[in-house]
Structures are given as C-alpha cells and as structure tokens.
Design a binder for this molecule. Structure first.
Ligand SMILES: Cc1cc2nc3c(=O)[nH]c(=O)nc-3n(C[C@H](O)[C@H](O)[C@H](O)COP(=O)(O)O)c2cc1C
Length: 192
C-alpha cells in the first residue's frame, strides 16, 4: 500500500502553535476540487479557515462537544459542503459520494504536505448555515481539521490517551467477496 495511505490516521494531538501557509491550504482544497465528480456536476464547496482568522474562529464555534476539546488545535479547519435535493435521490446520493471523494483526496494531500487531517461529522450544521450564509440546496457534511502532530508528552492526558488507542479494521475476508456475497475474495491471504 502507498505510504500516504498506510501512514494516514485521524489524530487529535495537534500542536496548537503550528501554522499552515495559505499555499498549503489552497493546495489541499485544490486536491478536493479535482476529485472525481458524478456527471461532472461539481457539487462540492469549501469554507476555509486558518487559525487566527475570523472564519477559523467561526468554525470552532460550531464544533460539538466531543470535538471542541481537540479540533481548535488544528492549523486549519475546512467545512466541506455538497448539494442536497430531496426530490432527486440519485443526485443527492452521488453529491455525498463526491463529497467523500473530495475529503479523501484532501486528507491524502494534507498528509503529503506533512500534516495530519481528521474528518468530523460532529458539528452543528444549522449553526454553520447561519454563520456562513450557506444557501438552501447546499448541506454542510464534513468538517476537516488539519494539523501538525505535537510531541505526545506535551499533550493533555485525554487527547494523548485517545491518540494511543490501537487502530483496527474488519479483516479482509469479512469485507471483500468474490463469486457469492460472503465468499472471501482472497482466501489464500491471512485474515487479519
Ligand atoms: C464521515 C466521518 C465523520 C467523522 N466524524 C468524526 C468526529 O466528529 N469526531 C472525531 O473525532 N472523529 C470523526 N471521524 C473520524 C473517525 O472516528 C476515524 O476515521 C475512525 O475512528 C478510524 O480511525 P482512523 O481514521 O485513524 O483510521 C469521522 C470520520 C468520518 C469518515
């Protein structure tokens, strides 16, 4: 696996003094802009805050409790929005897929630039609509924190403890099938 993918993880222990340049944030957003898009619809929009600017301050204000403790340590916060259309389930579904693809590319671009990126659903979407004048037909779907990892010894205990938790995934033979659903695609490989 490419090291950008194997080395990716959702950290919380960011250095609250580390900054990120405008160029780097723009590159990360651009990586999202160039994600695949269903029917070339390009439904995804971004609200971008760098620490100490007013947009960043407003984005920290919409964090829900679980994220309010660590996410303000990010060097940048990017709210990723996509279209919603209650009358068109297909467009609605693939707008969300476009959003996920954009976020995935942004995470890897952040990683390539030496940062960690952590996606969040834990924010108040209605507060975001109010704060940024997000129009009807757009929905705020993911808030992406981008930060530089701090020295673990400098972190508050709760943040360090969460970052030290082991990361796990379902084994490959439980998620990848061939022939019939449930039949492992790679029976010859170890199951971990
Ligand atoms: C759509 C989505 C929403 C998430 N929301 C949050 C969140 O609100 N707060 C948080 O700390 N992590 C959030 N995460 C991160 C997951 O908790 C994390 O990806 C998962 O624990 C796996 O860890 P890993 O990314 O290090 O592999 C979210 C991830 C996704 C994909």
């Amino acid at each position: 696996m490419h090291e950008l993918i194997s080395g990716r993880w959702s950290a919380r222990g960011y250095d609250p003094t580390a900054s990120i340049s405008v160029d780097d944030v723009a590159t990360i957003v651009d990586a999202g802009r160039w994600a695949p898009t269903w029917g070339r619809m390009q439904p995804v929009r971004f609200v971008v805050g760098r620490r100490d600017d007013p947009t960043f301050a407003a984005l920290t204000g919409i964090l829900t409790r679980g994220n309010a403790g660590w996410a303000p340590r990010s060097a940048a916060l990017i709210l990723v929005c996509t279209t919603e259309d209650p009358d068109d389930a297909k467009a609605d579904t693939y707008a969300a897929v476009d959003c996920g693809l954009a976020v995935g590319q942004m995470i890897l671009q952040a990683q390539a630039l030496g940062f960690n990126a952590h996606p969040m659903a834990g924010f108040d979407a209605e507060a975001a609509r109010d704060a940024f004048g997000i129009p009807a037909g757009q929905r705020p779907l993911v808030l992406l924190g981008i930060g530089a990892l701090a020295e673990p010894s400098s972190l508050p205990d709760d943040i360090r403890a969460r970052d030290e938790k082991p990361r796990t995934r379902l084994p490959l033979d439980e998620v990848a099938f061939a022939g019939q659903w449930g039949t492992p695609a790679f029976p010859e490989l170890p199951t971990t």
